[in-house]
Design a protein around this ligand. Structure first.
Ligand code: CA
Length: 498
C-alpha cells in the first residue's frame, strides 16, 4: 500500500513538473481590416448586435487591450512589422508595392530554432517564399473570398465552391490534428482574408445581414473643415470612391431591383451605400467570429487550451463610415487603432482591461517572451508579457510613433508621420505638392474623440504643439527613422480628386 502510494506520488510529481516545464503554445488568430468598432468587447454603435461573441470570449477569459495601435496603417507593411518587430523604415516594407526581404530576422525563425513547431495558414500578403515556418499555406497577394487558391512550398491548391474564411479554419485544424506534435510546443498563425474589401460574406451571414439596418456614425457627412490637404483630397469616401458594382454589388439582386425602383441621389444615396457596405462588412466579421469559435472549440475539446496563449488582432483598423470613409491609412483613431485580445490560462486574470499604449511592433517580442526566449536587440517593440500579467512597468512608453508612406498611391492619402500620447495627437503631412510642402494637425482626443477639430493653429494649444514636436523628434531618434524618397507617381485613377 505504502509503495503504491509512493509510486503514485512520484508519477504525480513528474507529470506536473513536465506540464509546468512545457513551453506554452501560441495560436495567433488574425484578420484583415477588422475595425475595433466592429468588435463587441469594444462597445460602440454596433454593440447591441453582439457581432463577435467568440472573439469577445477571449476578453472575458483573458484581456482586452483598449489602446492597441499600428505603426503604419496598411496591410503588407503591418504584417512585415508583425514578423520583424520593427517599424517599416527598418524592415524595408514601407508600402503595399515594394518587395519584402524574407531573409531578414523574423520572430518565427527564432521560435523555430528554439524548438517550436511553426505554421502559417491564411493571408500574409508578402510575396515570395515564407521562411521560418515548418508549414505554410497562404493566399497569393490579396487572395480571393470564393474558390480561393492557396500556395504552399509544393505548389497551389484551389478550393472550389469554398469560402476563404472556412478554408483557412479547416486547414488550420487539419494542421493541428495531423501535422502538429501536440506534446511539443507550437506557434500557429491563422490569418483570415476577411473582412478586406470587397466584403463578400459566407452565404448564411450574407442572408442574415441583408435584412438588417445599422446606425450611422456622426461624421458620415464630414466636410473636413479646418483639416488639411490630406483629409480634403483623399480618395476613400463612400460617396465618391466606393464602386457601385465592384464594392456594393448594385448590379446584383435584390439591390439592382431596389435601385431601379428607388433612384437615389445625394445624401440618400450615400446613406444607402453605407447600409449595403455595413451589411457586407459586418457579415464578413460574423463569419470570421464564427470560425474563431471553431478554433477555440477544438482547443477546448483537445485540452490544448490549458497551455495555449490565444491572441486575436488585425493588421489595422478601418473606417466604417466615420469621416465619410472606408479604408484605412490615416493616423486618425479608426485606422490607427486595432483590436487586441488575448487569453492565457493561469497567467492572464480573466476579465482584465488594459489601457497602456501598445503597438504592433510589440507582438514579435511578446511571442518570444512567452516562449522564454530573449528578443534580439534590434527589435523595436516591448514584450507585452508583463502587461498580460497585470504588471505594467513604471517606465512603460508614454507615446507612440506612426508613419504612413504610400503616396502617390491607391486612395491618395498623403504621407504623414505623427506622435500620440494617449490624449493629444500631432500629425505632420508632407510631400503634398503644395507650397511649403508640409502641414500639421493637432487633435485633443479628450475633448474631441472623433478628431473633427484641428487645434494646431489654436494659441491655447501652442504649448502642447511645442511639447509634441519635441516628443516626435525624440521618437524619430529612438526608432532610427530615416528619410525615404518618394516613389514614382502612379497613374491617377479616373475618379480621383485633383
Ligand atoms: Ca489590412
Amino acid at each position: 500500500m505504502y509503495r503504491r502510494l509512493l509510486c503514485f506520488l512520484l508519477i504525480f510529481i513528474s507529470t506536473s513538473a513536465f506540464a509546468e516545464g512545457k513551453k506554452p503554445n501560441i495560436v495567433w488568430l488574425f484578420s484583415d481590416d477588422h475595425a475595433y468598432q466592429a468588435v463587441g468587447a469594444y462597445g460602440g454603435r454596433f454593440e447591441s448586435l453582439n457581432l463577435t461573441p467568440n472573439i469577445d470570449r477571449l476578453g472575458k477569459e483573458g484581456i482586452v487591450f483598449d489602446k492597441a495601435y499600428v505603426g503604419n496603417s496598411i496591410c503588407a507593411p503591418s504584417r512585415a512589422t508583425l514578423l520583424t518587430g520593427k517599424h517599416s523604415h527598418l524592415n524595408g516594407k514601407i508600402d503595399n508595392r515594394g518587395p519584402f526581404n524574407h531573409d531578414q530576422q523574423q520572430f518565427q525563425k527564432i521560435l523555430q530554432k528554439n524548438g517550436y513547431q511553426t505554421a502559417m495558414i491564411g493571408k500574409i500578403h508578402l510575396s515570395g517564399k515564407m521562411q521560418g515556418f515548418d508549414y505554410w499555406e497562404v493566399l497569393p497577394g490579396q487572395g480571393k473570398y470564393w474558390n480561393p487558391t492557396f500556395v504552399t512550398e509544393n505548389g497551389n491548391t484551389v478550393y472550389k465552391g469554398a469560402h476563404s474564411t472556412e478554408v483557412i479554419t479547416k486547414r488550420a485544424l487539419n494542421w493541428l490534428k495531423t501535422d502538429c506534435k501536440q506534446d511539443e510546443p507550437f506557434m500557429l498563425m491563422v490569418h483570415y482574408k476577411a473582412p478586406h474589401r470587397n466584403w463578400q460574406p459566407i452565404t448564411h451571414w450574407k442572408e442574415k445581414f441583408s435584412t438588417m439596418t445599422f446606425p450611422e456614425p456622426d461624421s458620415l457627412f464630414d466636410t473636413y473643415e479646418g483639416r488639411g490637404t490630406a483629409a480634403n483630397k483623399q480618395d476613400m469616401s463612400i460617396d465618391i470612391t466606393m464602386r457601385m458594382d465592384g464594392d456594393l454589388k448594385a448590379n446584383q439582386s435584390p439591390r439592382k431591383e431596389f435601385l431601379a425602383d428607388n433612384p437615389l441621389t445625394g445624401k440618400e444615396l450615400v446613406r444607402w451605400k453605407y447600409q449595403m457596405y455595413m451589411q457586407d462588412y459586418l457579415g464578413c466579421i460574423a463569419g470570421v467570429d464564427e470560425n474563431v469559435g471553431k478554433i477555440l472549440d477544438y482547443l477546448a475539446e483537445s485540452g490544448l487550451d490549458k497551455n495555449t496563449v490565444v491572441m486575436y488582432s488585425a493588421d489595422q483598423g478601418f473606417y466604417l463610415g466615420e469621416h465619410g470613409w472606408f479604408d484605412k491609412r490615416f493616423m486618425y483613431e479608426e485606422s490607427f487603432r486595432t483590436p487586441l485580445l488575448a487569453r492565457w490560462p493561469g497567467v492572464v486574470e480573466p476579465g482584465t482591461r488594459n489601457d497602456d499604449l501598445v503597438q504592433n511592433i510589440d507582438f514579435a517580442e511578446t511571442f518570444l517572451d512567452i516562449a522564454g526566449i530573449e528578443a534580439p536587440d534590434d527589435m523595436q517593440g516591448e514584450s507585452l508579457v508583463p502587461l498580460l500579467k497585470g504588471e505594467t512597468p513604471d517606465d512603460w512608453r508614454s507615446s507612440l510613433y506612426y508613419h504612413y508612406y504610400e503616396y502617390p498611391g491607391a486612395h491618395s492619402v498623403r504621407r504623414h508621420e505623427g506622435v500620440f500620447d494617449n490624449r493629444y495627437k500631432l500629425i505632420r503631412y508632407y510631400g503634398l505638392d503644395i507650397p511649403g510642402d508640409e502641414e500639421w494637425e493637432l487633435f485633443d482626443l479628450k475633448n474631441d474623440p472623433s478628431e473633427m477639430k484641428n487645434q494646431y493653429n489654436n494659441p491655447e494649444y501652442a504649448e502642447q504643439v511645442a511639447r509634441l514636436k519635441k516628443e516626435l523628434g525624440k521618437l524619430r531618434e529612438q526608432y532610427q527613422v530615416v528619410e525615404i524618397d518618394q516613389p514614382v507617381p502612379q497613374k491617377k485613377r479616373k475618379n480621383q480628386k485633383k
